[in-house]
Design a protein around this ligand. Sequence first.
Ligand code: 5GP
Length: 264
Amino acid sequence: MRVITPQELLRRALDEPESPAGAMRVTEFLTAIPAIGEGKRDRILRELHISPVKRLGGLGTRQRDALRRFLDARWPELEPRAGRSRLIVLAGPTAVGKGTVAAYIKEHHPEIHLSVSATTRKPRPGEVDGEHYFFVDDEEFDRMIAQGELLEYATVHNASRYGTPRAPIEKALGEGRTVLLEIDLQGARQVRAADPSATLVFLLPPSWDELVQRLVGRGTEDGPERARRLRTAKTELAAQGEFDYRVVNDDVARAAEEVARLAR
Ligand code: 5GP
C-alpha cells in the first residue's frame, strides 16, 4: 500500500469537496499526521486562522494556501527520482542528533548502505574499527587524500579530520543501492559540488531553544565555549536553505523514517 502525502489528501479534498476526503475535519486531518498531537494541532489551526470545525472541502482560498504552505515547509513532497542519484547526504547543526538518526536507519533499513567514514580521531569506548569509522593516523589520511580515495573530507570542530571513502559508495551505487552519508556541513557542500544530483537533507532541531538545551544542557562547558558553540550552531542553521529537504528531529524514529522515505 502506498501511503499518500497530506498534500495529496488535501488536493483530493479540494477537487471533490463531497468526497470522504472533502468531508474530513481539519482537526482529523492534522492529527492523522504522525508528528502532530492535539496540542500541536490546536496551535497550528490558531496560527493559520482556521476554525477547528472546518472541513477540508470547505476551506477558503486563503486558508487552503496557508495550510498548503505549512505542509510544504514541514513535509516537502518527494520529487520523482528522475535525474537524482541515490546518494543521500544527512547534515545539520552540531548536537541536532544526526548520529542517532543515522544509527536508527542503519538498524531498521538494512537496504540503505550507510557510509563508514575515515577519521583521525581516536576511537571512543565501544567504537569498532571498520564499523563506526575507519580509524587512521594523519599520515594515512594524507595518503588517502593524495590518492583521490576520498569523495569529500573536512576538519570538524577544529580538531580531527573526517572523510568519506569513495570506493564502497561507488560499489553500492553500482549495485543500485541507496547510500546515506552522515557528515558535516562542509562535507555536504563538497558532495553537492562533486555530484549535483545527490539529495541533501538537513536535520533541524524542533526549536532553537531545544538546540540550546542540547548544546549547553550538560553544563560541562564554560561561558566562552558555550557562546562559541551557539554561534557555530547559528551559522550552521543559516545553511539550511542550501538543502533539498529539511527534516525536523522531534522524534528519532519519525525523523529517521522520513529520511528513509526520501531515500526511496
Ligand atoms: P564524531 O566525532 O562525534 O563521531 O563526529 C563529529 C562530526 O563529524 C559529526 O558532525 C559528523 O557528522 C562529522 N563527520 C563524520 N564523518 C564525516 C565525514 O566523512 N566527512 C565529514 N565532512 N564529516 C564527517
